[in-house]
Design a protein around this ligand. Sequence first.
Ligand SMILES: Cc1cc2nc3c(=O)[nH]c(=O)nc-3n(C[C@H](O)[C@H](O)[C@H](O)COP(=O)(O)O)c2cc1C
Length: 395
Amino acid sequence: MLRFLTAGESHGEMLMGIIEGMPAGLLIRVTDIDRDLARRQIGYGRGNRMKIEKDQVKIYAGVRWGRTLGSPIGLMIRNKDWENWRDKMSADPMFMNSAEPVTRPRPGHADLAGALKYGMNDIRNILERSSARETAMRVAVGSVAKRLLEEFGIEVMSHVLSIGGVFAKAPKMSLRELRKRAEASELRCSDLDAEKRMMRKIDEAKLAGDTLGGVFEVIVGGVPVGLGSHAHWDRKLDARLAGALMSVQAIKGVEVGAGFGVANRPGSQVHDEIFWSRKEGFYRKTNMAGGIEGGISNGEPIVLRAAMKPIPTLMKPLRSVDLASKKPFRASVERSDVCAVPAAGVVAEAAVAIDLAQALVEKFGGDSLDEMKRNFSQYDRHLKMRIGTEEIPEK
Ligand SMILES: Cc1cc2nc3c(=O)[nH]c(=O)nc-3n(C[C@H](O)[C@H](O)[C@H](O)COP(=O)(O)O)c2cc1C
C-alpha cells in the first residue's frame, strides 16, 4: 500500500511529508521536485508571498544516492519567512501570548467552523493549517508519485479552461502540444487570445478589490486498462480521483469526462462505441467517459475537470462577526492571491498522480521497481493476447 502524510503550519518552521510504500530503486531528483514546486508558485494574479517563498525540497530519508530504498521517504520544505514567525508560531510555551489572538473569522475559510469545532479562541490555530500553503508539500509528494507513473509511461498534465467567466476555446491538439502551450503560458492556458482576456479580467478584479475562480482540466495519458475496480465503492477509480481533487483547497466541483454535460444528452451521444482492429485491439473514437468506465480505467486518457471558487480573502472586505465580542466587522484586508486557478491545476496534478500511483501499486505492487515492472509486463502481455493484438503461444 502506498500512503502519505503531510504536516506543517503555513508560518511554521517547515512543511513535512512522509511517503510510505514507494518501491525501492526509483530514481528521485530534487531538481524535478523543485521544478514542480516552482510551477505551483507562478501564475498571473498571485500574491506577494509567492515572491518570498521560492520553495525548495530537502529529502532527508528513504533515498540513497538518488534511488529510493523502499523505506519511508521523508521530505521537508523550509518556510523562508520563519524568522519573522519564530516566537508567534513556537512550540515552546515560553512564547505564549507573543502574538495577538486572531478573533475575526474570514468568510469562505475554515476559520469559524474550525474555531468552534476545536474549541479555539485564537483562529490562528485553525488558519495556519487550513491554508493552501499545505499544497506545497502535496505537490512535492505528487512529484515523487509522477516519477513512479513515468516509469510506466503514464503522464499527468493540467491546463486552464476558464477564469472569471472567460473561456478558452476547446483545444484540438495532441496532448504533447497542449502540455507545451500550457507550460509556456502564465495562466497555463493553451488559447493565447483567451489568456489575454483572462489577464484583463484579473486586473479588473484586482482594481475592484475582488477575486476570481475558474475551471482547469487534468489529463492523464498512457493509463493502462485495469486501474481501480467495479467491485466495491471505495475501489472505484472515478470516485477516488474525484475525492482527491475535492481535497484540494477551494475546489467545489469535479467532472469526469463529459461530466455534467452527459445529463442533457441522449445516451446515443454519450457512450463511447467500441471498435476493434488487429493493430490497435479494442479502441474508441470518442472519450466521453473520460477514460473510466465502471470505476476501471479503460485505456483512454483520463480527463478530469475541477471548479475552483474565487479566493475568499478579498481586498474589498466582506462582513463577518468577531468571535469574542460578537460585534460585526468588515474582514481585515490582507494581501493575497487574486486568482490561483493555474496553481490549483498544478496541485490537482499532484493529487491525481498520488491517487493513480496508489492504484498502480495496488495492481502491480512489489518491493522494488524491477518487481513492479515484471508484474506490469506480464499483465501487459496477457492483455495483448486477450485483446488479440498478440498471438497466443501454442502449448
Ligand atoms: C493554490 C491555492 C492558492 C490559494 N491562495 C489563497 C490565498 O492567497 N488567499 C485565500 O484566502 N485563499 C487561498 N486559497 C483558497 C483557500 O485555501 C481555501 O478557499 C480555504 O482554505 C477554504 O477551503 P475550501 O475553499 O476548500 O472550503 C488558495 C487555494 C489554492 C488551491
